[in-house]
Design a protein around this ligand. Structure first.
Ligand code: NAD
Length: 463
């Protein structure tokens, strides 16, 4: 696969300061497909300096011009959508159809939404005898995970650029090729030199150097709760703003009046998508006692059908981790009704079988911790209060779903959930709706105008 052997800094590809590289693997056949540079603190410093130097001019650029650059970026991404899908498939292992439909299409939609928002956002408002200006927060460090490689990048970079901020991106080690493609697209879109910079490298080295750099005003991080906690501490020490999109353990609550067949089918599809590597996946299905066995059977049947349709996990470590959780579920007494810890027979790559556990109790490890693989747990509740208790009974609060015969009933239940997003009766993804977590699932919101506001600070002038 095509790869740059340098960093994109100040509008050009430059050699890295050190000789170290990261091997990029195709998780479907475990072959090395490319090498990218592993950045050092020196590379990070060069990128942050470029971003700082570019900040005054970009911050002063009229929002309509920033909107025009984002529209151009959307158009370049659209023109290169097949290449995006192929690159994500090569380094993440997602089936090509899913890469086209989700990994390529969603960031194009999000980028387009910020082209529109940059042009229409009220960067200035009158409040009594004051004028309040929304100004860019400054240089943003964007640190992203591998699970939706381009979406996670665009969900940070597009609003940051719309706000007038400049950016240094440190993408995940497993998926740097998508990030390099994005940097090419930014360049092609005519974004001025230094406004966007890319440094590839290891989290604890390159990511850490970026998060603690004095020239960074804000760290926007998506990834695990453990790393998010350490980044928040680092940023706190430097009094930088942070926005954190972290882990999840979302509940899919099927109320007694709901269409059980539909709720289970959509619920299983939600967990199996992207091989279960979705932070907002509804990994806990909650069903009332009367229909519990029926739901378990439907879920097991649905999961079995996914056997050949899902891709591998991203790497060997994630595969071992997910299999470890499945073994733990069995050891703690949950009933395996589909899949299991063994890798599917005769398949190359880091596969895990679509797995469903029944007889899961709320305190079990598989009901509490984020597994990040194709594993669904089905839990039983006695009444609505019990369902609320179970749904809210983890440290996470990122997303969820509620199904009921009557929409008002579902909404009333959803309002009791401690979580940032709830899909009602299978409600569709909305790229303009704020996305983010309650509790340990994060701080701040991405997407839409709420996502743009994260990158702004206010100044008020009194008259
Ligand atoms: P991760 O936390 O291991 O890594 C995320 C990023 O942080 C990577 O770029 C990594 O290199 C970097 N990093 C690692 N250690 C660092 C350090 N000490 N300092 C600075 N940067 C560091 O997460 P991951 O395994 O790549 O992604 C999976 C996790 O991301 C899951 O927990 C998932 O729930 C979460 N996630 C959350 C959302 C959301 O919107 N809430 C979205 C996608 C993924």
């Amino acid at each position: 696969m095509k790869a740059h052997d340098g960093m994109y800094i100040d509008g050009a590809w430059r050699a890295a300061a050190g000789p170290d590289t990261i091997a990029v693997l195709n998780p479907a056949d475990e072959q090395v497909i490319a090498q990218v540079p592993a950045g050092s603190a020196e590379d990070v410093d060069a990128a942050v300096r470029a971003a700082r130097a570019a900040l005054p001019a970009w911050a002063a650029t009229p929002p309509s011009e920033r909107a025009a650059r984002l529209a151009a970026l959307r158009d370049v991404l659209t023109a290169r959508k097949d290449e995006i899908a192929e690159t994500v498939t090569a380094e993440l292992g997602a089936p090509l159809g899913f890469s086209q439909k989700v990994h390529a299409a969603s960031p194009i939609a999000v980028c387009g939404s910020y082209a529109d928002l940059a042009a229409s956002f009220p960067f200035e408002e009158k409040v009594g005898n004051s004028t309040v200006y929304q100004e860019p927060i400054g240089v943003v460090a964007a640190i992203t995970p591998w699970n939706y490689p381009l979406h996670q990048i665009v969900a940070k970079v597009a609003p940051a650029l719309a706000a007038g901020c400049t950016v240094v991106l440190k993408p995940a080690e497993d998926t740097p090729l998508t990030a390099q493609l994005f940097a090419e697209a930014v360049d092609e879109a005519g974004v001025p030199a230094g406004v966007f910079n890319l440094v590839t490298g290891l989290g604890p080295v390159t990511g850490q150097a970026l998060a603690e750099h004095d020239g960074v005003d804000m760290v926007s991080f998506t990834g695990s709760t453990a790393v998010g906690r350490s980044i928040a501490a680092t940023a706190g020490a430097g009094l930088k703003k942070v926005s954190l999109e972290l882990g999840g353990k979302s509940a899919n609550v099927i109320l007694p009046s709901a269409d059980l067949g539909k709720a289970v089918a959509v619920g299983v599809a939600n967990v199996m998508a992207n091989s279960g590597q979705t932070c907002s996946a509804w990994t806990r299905m909650l069903v009332d006692a009367d229909r519990y066995e029926e739901a378990v059977e439907l879920a097991a049947q649905a999961a079995a059908k996914y056997g050949d349709r899902i891709g591998p996990l991203v790497n060997a470590k994630q595969q071992a981790r997910v299999r470890g959780y499945i073994e733990k579920g069995v050891a703690e007494g949950a009933r395996l009704v589909a899949g299991g810890p063994e890798a599917p027979a005769g398949k190359k790559g880091f596969h895990v079988s679509p797995t469903v556990f029944a007889d899961v109790t709320p305190g079990m490890t598989i009901a509490q911790e984020e597994i990040f693989g194709p594993v669904l747990t089905v839990l039983k509740y006695q009444d609505e209060d019990d369902a609320v208790r179970i749904a809210n009974g983890t440290v996470y609060g990122l997303a969820g779903a509620v199904w009921a015969g009557d929409e008002a009933e579902a909404v009333a239940f959803a309002r009791r959930l401690e979580t940032g997003q709830v899909d009602i009766n299978g409600g569709r993804f909305n790229p303009l709706a704020p996305f983010g977590g309650y509790k340990h699932s994060g701080v701040g919101r991405e997407l839409g105008s709420h996502g743009l506001a994260e990158f702004l600070q206010t100044k008020s002038l009194q008259f």
